[in-house]
Structures are given as C-alpha cells and as structure tokens.
Design a protein around this ligand. Structure first.
Ligand code: ZN
Length: 153
C-alpha cells in the first residue's frame, strides 16, 4: 500500500519534525479519567489518548502510539496544547483543526499552539486522517469520560 508522495518541504516543517522527534505528553498518567485508542488503517498509525480532568478542565493529557511523523506530531501538539483547557475550549480547537483539514483558515483569535504547522496537510487527502487521528481519538475519550478500570480488547 503506497501512500502518495507528499511535498515534504511543505508539510514537514521544523516544528513538525521537532514534535515527531521529541513528542510531548508521552508518559502515562497516574490518574486516568478517560481514555480511547484510535487506528488509521490507511497508514498504520495508532494512538492511545489518556485524559485526567479537574472538574470541567482537562488537567493532563497523554498521547502514546506509533505511526508516521504527521500522526505523531499532531498527537504531540495535542498533548502540549490541551492541558488547562476546558472541555468546551478543547472542542473549539478540535473543530477548528478539522475545518483546517478541509482547507478553511483558522480563526485568527484562536490559540492553536503549533497546529498551524500542519496547515499544508489538507492538500493531501490521505494524510488528513493521519493529522486528525489523535484528535478524533480525543473526541472519543471526551465523549466517554467516565472512569473505567475495565479493559476491552
Ligand atoms: Zn500516518
């Protein structure tokens, strides 16, 4: 399964590579209030997202997994950006990022951290799933954020 060759110099800016090589939020959380896993069969990317909450606010985020540089960099950006945000704020960023992957500009007043480095990805439809994987997994985790100590396979 060959993925289209993308214009690396356009997508893989230094900031993306930095996140890929030194991913943020890789450690498992001591307290996990929500978790989800996501898989992108097109590329083989997989991510595991863990969240802890302080009331309505995201206290801490862990993103682990393996895959291509876009998927891993996007997860690292998520882990860097979301701690301290409310669920609502996280949802706004999530929606803005999804819109960006459909070619829409980011709202100017929205702080999306390093995510804007992934802007060029929207030109490569196969790679959009890579960029969104951590975020759709986050969405799953937030929509089912009751503490759980059971593991399903
Ligand atoms: Zn990928």
């Amino acid at each position: 399964m060959a993925l289209p060759t993308v214009q690396l110099d356009e997508i893989y800016r230094d900031v993306v590579l930095d996140h890929y090589k030194s991913p943020r939020g890789r450690s498992s959380l001591k307290v996990v209030d929500a978790r989800a896993e996501g898989f992108n069969p097109l590329c083989g990317d997989e991510v595991f997202v863990e969240l802890s909450f302080d009331g309505d606010r995201i206290e801490d985020v862990s993103v682990q997994g393996r895959g291509c540089s876009i998927s891993m960099a996007s997860g690292s950006m998520l882990a860097e950006l979301l701690p301290g945000k409310t669920r609502k704020e996280a949802g706004i960023i999530l929606n803005a990022f999804k819109a960006m992957m459909h070619g829409e500009p980011l709202p100017e007043d929205l702080d999306v951290g390093d995510l804007d480095a992934l802007t060029g990805v929207h030109k490569f439809p196969v790679r959009i799933k890579c960029a969104l994987l951590a975020w759709t997994t986050l969405e799953d985790a937030m929509s089912d954020s009751t503490p759980s100590d059971t593991k399903e396979n």
